[in-house]
Design a protein. Structure first.
Length: 201
């Protein structure tokens, strides 16, 4: 029982500390999460038939809203996207700029906002199955701009007219299983660190 009490205290301690941070400290945290996202983006598996690689950055995206809350989690992904588009080489493969995967990266922002909102506001969302469900919905939130931009990018790069089924084959189908696994892993991590009682202020 004492071990369980210690875990509960640690959970609440982290989120109480997070909520009490000064603005400069929160900015430092969001930049740290953005940096972690960039680091995990280098864990990549290129696929020969699509310009979109498999990467580890999605795990950081899913945890951003959980760790920082809605606004600061979303801001961390906005910093990751904005700085990378501006030239910081921390997208997959040490790339920068608005390449083929730019839509997914922009979609990371609403994904983190969505997760942060539900996990902070709704205690029932912090259970394992709801958490995994929310992670999967967040995945859809970055798939939508991801495949939209991928289609525009392909059709302007001389790849010919590619229909929606072709774009889904290149930008969604190869990643579904991996993203489900990442959602489960992120859900398990969140289950371990998020208080099951209200910690919002």
């Amino acid at each position: 029982m004492e071990a369980i009490s210690n875990v509960i205290r640690l959970r609440h301690g982290f989120f109480d500390w997070r909520n009490s941070l000064s603005i400069p400290a929160k900015i430092a945290m969001l930049l740290a999460i953005a940096g972690l996202t960039g680091l995990l983006a280098q864990v990549r598996i290129p696929l020969p038939f699509t310009p979109v690689p498999i990467t580890g950055q999605v795990l950081a995206v899913l945890m951003a809203g959980i760790m920082l809350g809605r606004w600061w989690g979303g801001a961390s992904m906005a910093a990751y996207a904005g700085l990378g588009i501006a030239g910081v080489p921390w997208f997959a493969g040490m790339a920068s700029g608005l390449g083929a995967t730019g839509g997914y990266i922009i979609g990371f922002i609403p994904a983190a906002l969505f997760l942060g909102h539900f996990v902070d506001k709704y205690v029932k969302a912090r259970r394992l199955l709801p958490m995994i469900g929310l992670m999967l919905v967040a995945t859809l939130l970055y798939y939508i701009p991801g495949v939209t931009w991928l289609g525009i990018w392909l059709n302007t790069m001389g790849a010919g007219q590619i229909g929606m089924s072709g774009i889904l084959t290149l930008g969604v189908a190869p990643f579904i299983l991996g993203d489900i696994i990442k959602a489960v892993v992120a859900g398990l991590i969140a289950l371990a660190i998020v208080p099951k009682e209200n910690h919002s202020r």
